[in-house]
Design a protein around this ligand. Structure first.
Ligand code: SF4
Length: 642
């Protein structure tokens, strides 16, 4: 097989303790690439619709990307996919670290788990040996970092591990899966799906090699791109290299990108630069002891830090923007050490920092409004800026104790539990907590909002934001993020009222994201200045001769299958909506996101997007013609019958 993929997937039936290799046709890869594209194909085809969240027949997929282990770079993302216990929709989650290459070195493009083990186990793959081993000594006793240390000490330091912590074991609906000692495939609650199967970890080592169609050509494009990374980094790239996404914190809080105070506040007045700077790039990198790279990434935006006098923080990941905003700016907390602590506690527990922060923001607003009292919180005063209360609350969530047993299931269920979904706003779309990017922002808010409401993984912020299509399809100009694209504000009408053009723009940026995730690439590789040679990498790796437009159609196919999964689950996809607050109702009265008198354009933009996707503009149902054009007969049958 000389096409970049291994040509095999592994099925692990945890009930029967049975392994089965499957060799997908070459056409399947050509239609779905790898990563969550391949997962979408198999989960849609093989999973019964309508299963309850933890039914043992739910499939959990752990995937590498099509370009992983080839000669491209930024190619080490691994993905989880399955029916989300948090939302009941299609769910996926994405992570760097070092698991993706280990999946391929084990001989597979992805591992699909079905069934449920009678007792806690972990999957060991060592070369061609596969076993399910007893994990009872780990379950309930070791967090994710300790588990990885134990398994590598037991089997060898060259094994790669992904595991759940307390979050997944306790079936917290905001749990993810942890790799590389604290990096999470966090979203969609898929750690709980893994926990429901009594699967504590996977531990992989192998020596299978990927063979690519034309290695010299892949490498030629890679070396040109590497040169560009040395000479043409844009400002964003330079600051990312210094401190990862922490670099964006101060600007985001002042520009209106960061929601503040559960989306009620305004950064420039409630969290001005003197506060933001206490948790920004320099405030976190002062504790940095070394940089690190994901597999296959020459850039290395990660950092390990050490906080003196904190035994738990002797070696801890530098918090990224989402965590700094969610537990800092949003809560009006400017104590950076408390954010380090929260980050470490959640990473070890394998709980999504975005979902947890959004849930805690709701709790703080609820406390402010008297919906929650100290009787509910176990004596904690959830007052804005109270960083000690934040840390204490996170500990309760990790342990599933007291109010933590409610909050650990996310913001929608927390608000429902306390019978208040009105006065304090639970900021989620269809159950998934909104991330730290404000849909009311004049810079990109329109596209963000469309993504939050239309993406099959609801509330996702990496779907329709960046206008990938505009810079990939033609002459590869240098990419200066934020001025290369004319980002759309939430009330801006399409240019010349051209709805077709707007739909095409959204279609392109949305479908491009599904190519990126099929390929297993890191989104950040596309922001830094020089543009990754995506099409050249894919063609030279596989031997295909596709144009960018043809790859976009593959992206459209993957997106449509994920979307159809939701329809088949009975979800009213056209009505997945942000909370009114995120739609600017009521509007903010000051700051960059304030407005008056403008007509909000999300609904128009969504219709434009649906039309461009070939979905009904009112119901969002994929049209029969679209399904035929995309060669998706199984989806047509599922949605329309014979
Ligand atoms: S840019 Fe950062 S997150 Fe992306 S692959 Fe490189 S080190 Fe990992």
């Amino acid at each position: 097989m000389s096409k970049g993929y291994m040509g095999r997937i592994l099925w692990v039936d945890l009930t029967k303790r049975h392994f089965h290799d499957e060799k997908p046709d070459a056409a399947v890869y050509e239609q779905f690439l790898g990563g969550y594209g391949l997962a979408a194909k198999f989960i849609f085809d093989r999973q019964k619709p309508g299963l309850s969240a933890f039914h043992e027949d739910n499939i959990l997929a752990m995937m590498s990307g099509l370009l992983t282990n080839g000669r491209a770079i930024f190619n080490g993302r691994w993905m989880l996919a399955g029916k989300s216990p948090l939302t009941g929709t299609w769910g996926d989650a994405n992570c760097g670290g070092d698991l993706a290459p280990a999946i391929k070195e084990s001989g597979y493009d992805g591992i699909f788990f079905t069934g449920k083990s009678a007792k806690p186990v972990y999957l060991l793959i060592d070369g061609d040996r596969k076993e399910l081993l007893d994990a009872s000594g780990l379950w309930g006793k070791q967090d994710a970092v300790e588990t990885e240390n134990t398994l590598r000490a037991r089997h060898g330091d060259d094994f790669r591990v992904a595991c759940i912590g307390a979050g997944g074991e306790n079936l917290s609906l905001i749990a993810g899966v942890v790799n590389a000692k604290g990096r999470l495939a966090a979203r969609s609650g898929l750690g709980a799906l893994m926990g429901s199967k009594n699967l504590k970890a996977v531990c992989l080592r192998g020596d299978h090699r990927v063979r690519v169609h034309d290695e010299a050509t892949v490498w030629k494009h890679t070396t040109e791109f590497l040169t560009g990374l040395e000479t043409d980094l844009n400002d964003f790239g330079k600051s990312m290299k210094q401190g990862g996404t922490a670099a964006t914190l101060t600007d985001s809080t002042q520009s209106g990108d960061s929601p503040i105070g559960n989306w009620l506040g305004v950064g420039s007045t409630d969290f001005p630069p003197d506060k933001a700077n206490r948790i920004n790039l320099f405030s976190v990198t002062q504790y940095e002891t070394r940089k690190y790279h994901c597999y296959g990434c020459p850039f290395g935006c990660g950092g390990l830090c050490m906080i003196p006098d904190e035994p738990l923080l002797k070696e801890t990941h530098r918090p990224e923007y989402e965590t700094l905003c969610g537990f800092g700016a949003q809560l009006l907390v400017d104590d950076v050490k408390s954010i380090f602590m929260v980050n470490e506690l959640l990473n070890r527990a394998g709980i999504d920092t975005i979902s947890c922060a959004t849930t805690i923001n709701w709790a703080f607003e609820a406390f402010d409004k008297g919906i929650l009292t100290e009787k509910d919180t176990g004596g904690l005063a959830l007052t804005w800026g109270n960083h000690e209360a934040v840390v204490a609350l996170v500990k309760k969530i990790v342990a599933g104790e007291g109010i933590g047993a409610i909050l650990c299931n996310g913001v929608m269920r927390s608000a429902e539990h306390f019978s208040d979904t009105e006065r304090a706003a639970p900021m989620h779309v269809h159950g998934q907590e909104l991330p730290m990017h404000d849909s009311r922002s004049p810079n990109g808010g329109l596209d963000l909002g469309v993504g939050y409401e239309t993406e099959p993984t609801p509330g996702r912020h990496t779907s329709t934001f960046s206008g990938w299509d505009q810079y990939l399809k033609t002459d590869r100009p240098k990419n200066k993020l934020f001025d290369k694209f004319r980002l759309k504000s939430r009330y801006e009408k399409p240019e010349d009222d051209d709805h077709e053009k707007q739909g095409e723009r959204l279609w392109g940026s949305s479908c491009a994201e599904d190519i990126i995730n099929g390929a297993g690439l890191c989104n950040f590789g596309f922001y830094l200045g020089p543009v990754p040679p995506l099409v050249e990498w894919l063609n030279a790796t596989t031997g295909w001769r596709k144009t960018y437009q043809e790859y976009l159609l593959i992206g459209q196919r993957i997106k449509t299958v994920r979307h159809a999964f939701n329809i088949r689950e009975g979800i009213d996809v056209a009505n997945m909506r942000m909370p009114e607050r995120a739609r600017g109702n009521p509007p903010l009265t000051h700051g960059p996101n304030a407005y008056s008198g403008n007509v909000l354009q999300w609904d128009d933009a969504k219709r434009d997007y649906y039309r461009a996707m070939g979905w009904d503009e009112t119901t969002a149902m994929p049209l029969r013609k679209t399904l035929r054009d995309l060669q998706l007969p199984e989806v047509e049958k599922a949605l329309y019958g014979e």
